[in-house]
Design a protein around this ligand. Structure first.
Ligand SMILES: Cc1cc2nc3c(=O)[nH]c(=O)nc-3n(C[C@H](O)[C@H](O)[C@H](O)COP(=O)(O)O)c2cc1C
Ligand code: SF4
Length: 653
């Protein structure tokens, strides 16, 4: 029986047919080699998505001019025939599984830096010091070069050349990136285009570059090659394209030769509108696709927070869009399409929109991965857990994220695994992390790991404090200690007895009412999330942080939104501030060599965590057990570290 029959029905795009309505939404993933040549890592990452059942695989932001046209550390490129050999290998690898291969062509324009452009001056549409211009804000990064009319015509040809390179490499089509604030979008938007020649001013002039790119490519590649575009449906900046302009641009793109349109949103000043946080609803960009779908006759797709097969199937059934694009859902579980198609929806590993392992890592210059799926970006070595020749008896102590991940992988490798958790329920810190506003998906993730333990036939024992004797009774060959962390509670601060621990607030052991003054000592991730919880209760929140900034290791997009929320809700943030003394109704702290104080009805302590279980590790090792320490028990860190560490521990038993 075919589950979700609308989602898994064929779709004609141009002269080609997609086997289903699922296209992987493009991701720039920092995996090619330093010169932009295609690595096995990148081939394997995208092949996994094809294997997982997507109808087409889009590869993100290949620069048509290199290095000036690239952004950040993403080195994907299609400017030179030198990439053809490896791109062809990639095309074959993806097409083998019945998926179409569609690279996305782009030029960063002003949305880069001289450093990312390797010493070249970034190209921009307008370099005027016009107050409203987005570019005026962006150019703080350094000087830029305003393209001359002649150079714009050459730029059109760079797109054409890159499309032909992709065609020669065996791709099924290309997607032209006209959204997210990159060069084509910079021409389109009045917020970035103040030109006075034929490429600026009127709507007709602003769309000219994009239209010429499409017409030029269509002429060069012929009618059989798929030509699509990611276009803005809404820009979320002050001086944005109007909705009517977005719709009219879509019509003109169809006329120019586009086979499909993928409607996105956002200039980069509004990153969360592009790569949404968990605050946004499923199908968050759908509203911008609807008027475009009504205005054109080529297939139209939407992206953004699409997570649930039924939701996607309904979109197709109701004719709202013709296809869906998913980025993070398929990073978290590339087998989403296959599992959905077979009705195994509960086996889909749910993306929690944390951005930590995917965009968060890309921003740090690391390769893309996933907080819940450490195989992402590491497919070459990790996608298949091989069965071992000599299965062992393995005890995993601790049923948090690292412990569950370790147990799952050890069981997949064929070991006989027992997982011991002292709490009455599995999940560890996942049980706290899902409590703050909008974090409900974390509960789903916890439940997925618990269900996966059962699927892998891991024996689970909860509610039992583990000692050396417990392990001796089990007689394991190897022990994985993933006992997590506990909050730090000893500090050189007088009067700590007047505080409550953030974890106790999250656990519900301490209830804080409404309309109170709440001071939080510590400004890391947990502290800020507890702060958000407190704001939800109409409390007046103060945060006292030793470091120069709050948010700790919070991923960029979340951090931006958090800072905006704190500012809007008048949170008093004290940075470079060291708490010295806590009294019943105030916190005294030192800032810039001076003593200050904030008054409070409740004072929450949230100053980080320390590893738990270190004594047990010593005892196990002294007793001769092969003992691997994983996750927070080794070093308190984030989910993305816990799953990877757990994965390796499970392999290394
Ligand atoms: C790590 C990462 C890289 C991305 N790179 C690109 C890109 O190269 N081109 C693009 O058009 N969108 C890019 N996006 C945006 C996604 O394609 C998608 O539009 C967005 O993440 C929202 O969809 P989702 O909720 O399915 O992730 C990227 C997103 C992520 C998370
Ligand atoms: S890192 Fe987070 S947001 Fe990114 S794919 Fe994984 S779960 Fe989703």
């Amino acid at each position: 029986m075919q589950h979700f029959p609308h989602l898994f029905s064929e779709l004609k795009i141009g002269k080609r047919t997609l086997k289903n309505r699922i296209i992987t939404s493009p991701t720039g993933e920092t995996m090619p080699s330093f010169d932009g040549s295609i690595s096995t890592q990148v081939v394997d990452y995208y092949t996994e998505k094809a294997k997982g059942g997507a109808g087409a695989v889009t590869w993100g932001i290949l620069a048509v001019e290199f290095p000036r046209g690239k952004t950040g550390d993403v080195k994907n490129r299609a400017d030179t025939p030198k990439v053809i050999k490896d791109m062809n290998r990639m095309a074959e690898s993806i097409q083998r599984y019945g998926a179409l291969f569609i690279p996305q062509l782009f030029h960063a324009g002003a949305m880069t830096t001289a450093e990312a452009a390797e010493g070249n001056l970034p190209a921009c549409v307008s370099d005027k010091e016009v107050e409203h211009l987005y570019i005026s804000r962006y150019r703080k990064a350094g000087p830029m070069h305003e393209l001359t009319t002649e150079e714009i015509k050459e730029m059109v040809q760079k797109f054409v050349k890159a499309a032909k390179i992709c065609q020669r490499a065996g791709a099924d089509g290309v997607n032209i990136h006209c959204a997210h604030g990159y060069l084509v979008n910079q021409f389109l938007s009045p917020d970035t285009n103040a030109r006075t020649d034929e490429y600026g001013g009127s709507f007709e002039n602003r769309i000219r570059f994009g239209i010429e790119v499409i017409e030029g490519i269509r002429k060069a590649v012929g009618p059989d090659f798929i030509l699509g575009a990611r276009i803005p449906g809404r820009e979320w900046v002050t001086n944005a394209m109007t909705e009517e302009e977005c719709v009219e641009f879509a019509r003109r793109m169809e006329k120019a030769g586009c086979d499909y349109l993928d409607v996105s949103a956002g200039l980069n000043m509004s990153q969360a509108k592009v790569i949404e946080t968990e605050v946004y609803p499923q199908g968050s960009k759908l509203d911008y696709a609807l008027p475009i779908k009504a205005a054109v006759s080529i297939p139209v797709g939407t992206n953004g927070m699409l997570r649930d097969p039924q939701f996607c199937d309904d979109l197709i059934r109701e004719g709202k869009v013709d296809f869906v694009l998913m980025a993070r859902a398929l990073i978290c579980d590339p087998y989403w399409p296959q599992k959905a198609s077979e009705g195994r929806v509960d086996e889909i590993r749910p993306c929690i929109s944390c951005n930590d392992g995917c965009m968060g890592r890309v921003r740090l210059g690391y390769h893309l991965s996933c907080a819940l799926n450490p195989v992402a970006g590491r497919e070459t070595h990790l996608s298949k857990v091989l069965k071992v020749q000599d299965p062992k008896k393995v005890a995993v102590i601790g049923g948090g994220l690292a412990g569950m991940q370790a147990a799952i992988v050890a069981a997949q490798a064929g070991h006989c695994v027992t997982l011991l958790e002292q709490d009455n329920q599995l999940g560890g810190q996942l049980n706290l992390a899902h409590v703050p506003p909008h974090k409900e998906k974390i509960k789903e993730a916890r439940d997925w790991f618990i269900a996966e333990l059962a699927r892998q036939k891991v024996e689970v024992k909860t509610g039992e404090k583990v000692s050396l004797q417990t392990i001796e009774a089990l007689k394991p060959d190897s022990v994985i200690v993933a006992t997590g962390a506990v909050p730090i509670d000893k500090l050189p601060i007088e009067g700590l007895e007047n505080t409550v621990q953030a974890w106790d607030v999250l656990r519900g052991d301490v209830t804080i009412g409404e309309n109170q003054k709440v001071a939080i000592i510590g400004g890391g991730i947990v502290a800020c999330e507890v702060g958000q919880m407190m704001l939800g209760k109409n409390n007046q929140v103060s945060v006292i942080e030793m470091l120069p900034q709050i948010g700790g290791a919070l991923e960029d997009i979340h951090l931006t939104d958090l800072l905006i929320e704190f500012q809007e809700k008048n949170v008093a943030v004290y940075v470079n501030a060291t708490a010295k003394k806590v009294e019943k109704d105030k916190v005294v702290f030192e800032k810039d060599g001076k003593e200050e104080a904030v008054s409070a009805d409740v004072i929450i302590l949230s100053v980080g965590q320390k590893s738990a279980g270190t004594e047990l590790v010593k005892e196990l090792r002294a007793a001769g057990y092969k003992t691997i320490v994983a996750g927070d028990a080794k070093k308190p860190a984030k989910f993305v570290n816990a799953t990877l560490d757990g994965f390796y521990a499970g392999l290394d038993v």
